[in-house]
Every structure is written in C-alpha cells, then in structure tokens.
Design a protein around this ligand. Structure first.
Ligand SMILES: Cc1ncc(COP(=O)(O)O)c(C=O)c1O
Length: 425
C-alpha cells in the first residue's frame, strides 16, 4: 500500500504518457453531454456515434487498402448494444456471433452474413444456425462438434458453409479453442464425406495484440502447412481465411506500475520504471495492423490460391464508441463517491488499469491527483486516481471516455441496476 501511495504521489513531471487527444474530444462534446446529464440524470452509458463511424470506417479503409479481398464481421461480444450491430450492418459488414443469444441479435439486426464462432456450441445453437444456413457460416471448433453437426445435417436437405478454427504453436493457453494446426488435414478430409457440409475456410484468433506480429507468425505457419500437407485439390477448396479479432486500440487507456493483468504488463517481465505513475498502452494503428497482415498474406497465402480474408474486430471498433457518464455524490478529503459503480464495467477494472477521467463541470486539460470511487459497498469499486479537473464538487458531471468494449457487455446487476444507454448524435 505504501508503495502504491508513493507511486500515486510522484511529481507530475515524471508521469509517463498522457491522453490529451481523448481529453480534447471530451471537451468538444462537453455541452451535449452536460445537457443529456441534466435531462436524464446520471449514471448512463453514452453511445458516441461519431466515434463509432470513425472506428468502423477507419478499420475498413485501412484493411481494404492492404487486403483487397477482405470482409469484416463485427464481434458482437465486445458490445452487443443493437445500435453497434445496426451501424456495422449499415456499412455492409457481417457480424461475428459466439452463442445462440448473439446469433439472435445478429438476425434481429438483419445482418446478411453471420459467423457463428466459439467453443461449446449446444445442439439448440447449431440447429438455429442450420435454420439460417443462407446467412450463417459456422466456424467449427473441433472434431466432436463436427460429429454432432454431421448428425443434425443427416436429417436436413441443406448445405451450410463452414470454416474450422485452428490453433498454432504460438497460441499457448488459447489452445482451448479450435483444433491443432497439425490436425487440419485430417479434419478437412473427414468433413468432405459429410453430406450437407461445405467446409471452405480456416479461422484463427489471438487476443490483445499490440501489433501485427502474431498474425504474421500464424499466417506463415499456416502457409507452410498448407503448402506441404494439403493437396492442390484441397487447397482449391479453401475459399476464406479468417484472422479473427484482437486488435488493441492505441492510446485509450493505461496501466499502473503494479498491474499484471495482460501478458504485456510488467509481471515477471520488464521492471516498471521507478518514475512512472502510470503507463499509456500503445498499439499499432489500423493502417499498421493491415499493412503487416497484408504483407504476410501476400508472402505466405496468396501464392496458394485465391481467398477472401475475414476479420472479426470487436474491441477496436467498440472502444471509442461508448463513454460512461457519472455524477459526484459525496466529496471527502482527496476522494469522492460517484453515483455509478463498477457493476457498469463488470469487474474491478480501476484497480489495475489507468483510465482517463474528465470532470465536465469543472473541466481542465490538466490532470490532478484525486481518487474517485463508485457507490458499491466495496473499496475495490474504484474508477481511478487522477482526474482532469480544476476541482471536484458535489454534483459535478464526470465522463470516463472510451469504455465501449467489454464493459457494457460485462455489466451486471450487482447492488445497483445496470444504467440506461443514450446516444450522442
Ligand atoms: C473468435 C473471436 N473473434 C473475435 C473476437 C474479438 O476480439 P477483439 O474484441 O479483441 O477484437 C474474439 C474475442 O475474444 C474472439 O474470441
């Protein structure tokens, strides 16, 4: 605790990183957000349509430029709020669903192309996918699922398109998902004899990437495997390669020197710099991800045949598209309690991660040291230790920008209800 306090109170000039562009964006939207807070009361989630549009088109333009035959499927799990799905569909995107619940959301938003990916698909989920075989491509997870699917297909007169999920030598604990690349040939041959199944794709996914390197490694491994283990006929049957999601956005949040939640944080690796109060997470731009992946595709996969390339981005689309808006209820010495708690985020995020927090009422583009808590009955219900503010007083409207991914999706009714969602046009 002493160490944490020492870190928190380090002089400002030693802070590593800051997020001025995030604060500027909030300053620009300040009048509308304050008006919404006045009209509806707080707390609430705020969909930022302008940022959503920018994220969708920024990703799409970057990937189209480097990978011509690319198609995008927004990963619903990042934020299933129907507006997000509708906007992705409006842009001609498909949707990536990971359960029957998400598949229903995708069907409701009239997506023409839906991937059903994910482990542990139940019979009811598979049946729902088969019912909508014209719109759904199944990413099959494993041999058992293939067998269950085979049984269901025997009674039907349809053909469903499918891919198979693989894991490679770099997947580590993520090898819970899919089959080993070394089993791909066996899987491919087995599925050929299955009436009603048209296996035409290969899918993989890695999470929390900060750059294109891991996509490139898997693409190289896959290319080598297909070249040596697949016959020319089998290679010609591959219509799509799906490189999943996992694109972390640049400069939206950070982490404290004591954090160890993600693999690239400090646990066991590089030692935190003693002068740091927090670190800003840096990641590649959509352009850099796309160019890196495009280069690997040109080298390792394009020579093997003509494919479409699918991406399943969630986080990079959703992050900037939703903010959390709260008010200060009680001010104590150097801390305040707000009316929204971490049940809005689903877990104790503020302990590990630095989030920019902006006081819209007493706004400043300078950050001050001040601890902001939520209203749940636990000291872990903490928003953060620094605020962009002149001062903090009762009734101040506070925004936590860029909380669109894996927060609303994880929200839970714990002590307090899940607050409403409004849209900032
Ligand atoms: C199969 C699959 N596709 C896409 C995604 C979306 O990932 P992200 O939100 O990191 O882009 C995930 C997330 O876990 C996933 O498991």
């Amino acid at each position: 605790m002493d160490q944490i306090n020492k870190t928190l109170h380090r002089p400002k000039k030693h802070m590593v990183g800051s997020l001025p562009e995030v604060v500027r964006d909030m300053a620009k939207k300040r009048p509308q957000i304050l008006a919404l807070a006045k009209k509806y009361g707080t707390p609430f989630y705020l969909v930022d349509d302008e940022n959503l549009e920018d994220s969708i088109s920024g990703f799409e333009n970057a990937f189209r430029e480097h990978i011509q035959e690319s198609k995008f499927f927004y990963a619903i799990k990042a934020n299933p709020y129907p507006h997000f799905l509708r906007r992705a569909v409006h842009h001609g995107w498909g949707l990536d669903a990971s359960s029957g619940r998400e598949l229903k959301l995708a069907l409701d938003s009239r997506a023409k192309k839906i991937l059903l990916t994910g482990p542990g698909k139940t019979e009811a989920e598979l049946k729902l996918a088969l019912k909508h075989f014209r719109n759904v491509i199944l990413n099959i997870d494993n041999f058992s699922e293939l067998a269950r699917l085979g049984k269901l297909l025997r009674r039907k007169k349809i053909r469903i398109r499918a891919g198979v999920r693989i894991f490679s030598s770099i997947h580590g604990s993520w090898s819970k998902f899919g089959i080993s690349l070394s089993d791909l040939q066996r899987f491919w041959q087995k599925s050929r004899s299955m009436p009603g199944l048209e296996l035409q794709g290969i899918q993989f996914h890695t999470s929390l990437n900060l750059g294109p390197e891991r996509y490139q490694q898997i693409i190289a491994e896959l290319g080598k495997y297909l070249k040596t283990k697949f016959s020319a006929q089998m290679r010609s049957e591959i219509k799509f390669i799906d490189f999943g999601g996992g694109f972390f956005p640049d400069r939206v949040e950070g982490y404290y020197p004591w954090s160890h939640h993600y693999p690239w944080m400090f646990s066991g690796g590089e030692k935190p710099k003693p002068e740091a109060r927090y670190y800003i997470t840096r990641a590649a731009s959509p352009e850099q991800y796309a160019s890196g992946i495009g280069t690997a595709i040109t080298k390792h996969l394009s020579p093997l045949g003509k494919h479409e390339y699918f991406g399943e981005p969630g986080r990079i689309v959703a992050t900037r598209a939703m903010h959390i808006v709260l008010s200060v209820l009680d001010v104590k010495q150097n801390l305040a309690i707000t009316d929204g708690g971490l049940n809005m985020m689903g877990w104790e995020f503020g302990k590990e991660f630095y989030l920019p927090i902006v006081n819209l009422t007493n706004f400043s583009d300078k950050e001050m040291r001040f601890t902001l808590y939520g209203s749940l009955c636990t000291p872990r219900d903490l928003w953060g230790h620094y605020i962009y503010a002149k001062k903090i007083t009762e009734g101040d409207v506070i925004v936590i920008p860029n909380q669109g991914a894996y927060r609303f999706a994880l929200a839970q009714e714990f002590i307090k209800p899940i607050p409403p969602v409004y849209i900032l046009k």
